[in-house]
Ligand binder design. Structure first.
Ligand code: HEC
Length: 106
């Protein structure tokens, strides 16, 4: 019984730290865990051979475009791919991402 409660305690801790990580993650953490697979770890790749290269874009342009994907009012023929990526991000996380991507240079 004691072992089970310890396991349970560990599980809750793991789940809780995951939740904490998502809401408190920095722009860098979100980018490297969620975006870099397609855009490259320096945002230097044409995502899926299709997007523009976004490293060094201004923070203003990045925030605006990420919000527009979220609202479903921007994009090319693959915009649905991006809508899914940003659907659960809040304004603060989008701004953090924009600052981080802007800091990456080609
Ligand atoms: C599954 C691959 C994939 C992932 C993961 C992904 N993207 Fe994209 N991204 C794309 C594609 C494909 C496009 C072009 C979509 C379109 O047709 O508008 C794109 C477009 C963009 C653009 C606009 C560039 C342009 O061509 O207009 C930005 C900015 C962007 N992504 C940022 C991000 C950020 C930030 C994340 C992480 C939260 C992310 N992407 C995750 C594939 C991806």
């Amino acid at each position: 019984m004691k072992k089970i409660s310890i396991l349970f305690f560990l599980l809750i801790n793991i789940l809780y730290s995951d939740i904490k990580n998502i809401s408190q993650a920095s722009g860098e953490e979100i980018f490297q865990s969620r975006c870099s697979a397609c855009h490259g770890n320096k945002a230097h790749i044409y995502a899926l051979g299709y997007s523009e290269i976004i490293s060094g874009w201004s923070t203003r342009k990045l925030s605006f475009i990420l919000r527009s994907y979220k609202d479903g009012i921007y994009g090319g023929s693959m915009s649905e791919v991006m809508q899914e990526q940003v659907a659960d991000l809040n304004d603060h996380q989008i701004d953090e991402l924009a600052i981080y991507i802007n800091s990456l240079s080609n």
